[in-house]
Design a protein around this ligand. Structure first.
Ligand code: SAH
Length: 215
């Protein structure tokens, strides 16, 4: 893929700044240095791709702030080859980063329009994730269990159906709450028990049930 040098430089700069501000695994920063964020947004916004801010994508949704993507990816921390289910494909940016880390990636999006856009974005860059247009609250029982589940929209409460789809010792990284969310790392320690760690406050677009077809 050809990419103007200015994007490579800006990307390196913003990621080095984030790495200084928070203890994020080198592997995560290096993977993020390989993913061109400008390719996941409207070309008219390309010059703003490396502002560390959420930016608008289609269907009234947003691509998460770079810092938030780094934090969530770092909290998820899986091994190469592990399977991960992402809820909220959006632009496909976070999906690409999970692919760069060598995970086996599944991702669900409730807007058909975004599902199509993400599919094109990821195909162009030759990332192999399995994308599904559907309702994330249902998960993907046919591919479960997953070593990790990453939710990129604010869930009103911990989605219990998704906990069922985790392996024992698998973990879910999810912003939980209405309006503002608390980032939670939920480890499944047995069929009945979870252990929860809280990792700060964020604001995500809401996780909403049901899917929306392209109009
Ligand atoms: N990971 C995305 C972030 C997109 S914002 C990126 O990197 O661009 C969160 C996304 O979650 C939105 O696209 C929204 O439509 C989606 N979403 C909300 N509720 C959902 C649900 N129940 N199932 C699947 N996706 C959902």
């Amino acid at each position: 893929m050809f990419e103007p040098q200015k994007y490579i430089d800006r990307r390196r700069r913003v990621l080095e700044k984030i790495a200084k501000r928070a203890p994020i695994d080198d592997k995560v920063i290096e993977a993020m240095k390989r993913v061109p964020r400008q390719m996941f947004i409207d070309p008219l916004l390309a010059d703003r791709a490396y502002e560390d801010k959420p930016l608008p994508i289609a269907a009234g949704q947003t691509i998460s702030q770079i810092y938030t993507v780094a934090m969530q990816t770092n909290l998820l921390k899986l091994e190469e080859g592990d399977s991960v289910l992402e809820i909220g494909t959006g632009s496909g940016y976070q999906t690409a980063i999970l692919c760069e880390l060598g995970y086996q990636v599944y991702s669900i999006e409730r807007y058909e329009e975004l599902y199509n856009i993400a599919r094109q974005n990821l195909e162009k860059l030759e990332y192999n994730a399995l994308l599904v247009y559907g309702d994330g609250f249902e998960g993907l029982p046919q591919y479960a269990p997953f070593d990790g589940i990453l939710i990129t929209c604010g869930a009103p409460e911990i989605p219990q159906e998704l906990i069922k789809q985790l392996t024992i010792n698998g973990k879910m990284v999810a912003p939980i709450g209405r309006g503002l969310q608390e980032m939670m790392v939920i480890q499944k320690i047995s069929e009945q028990e979870t252990k929860i760690r809280k990792e700060g406050t964020y604001r995500f677009v809401p996780m909403i049930s049901g899917k929306v077809d392209f109009k």
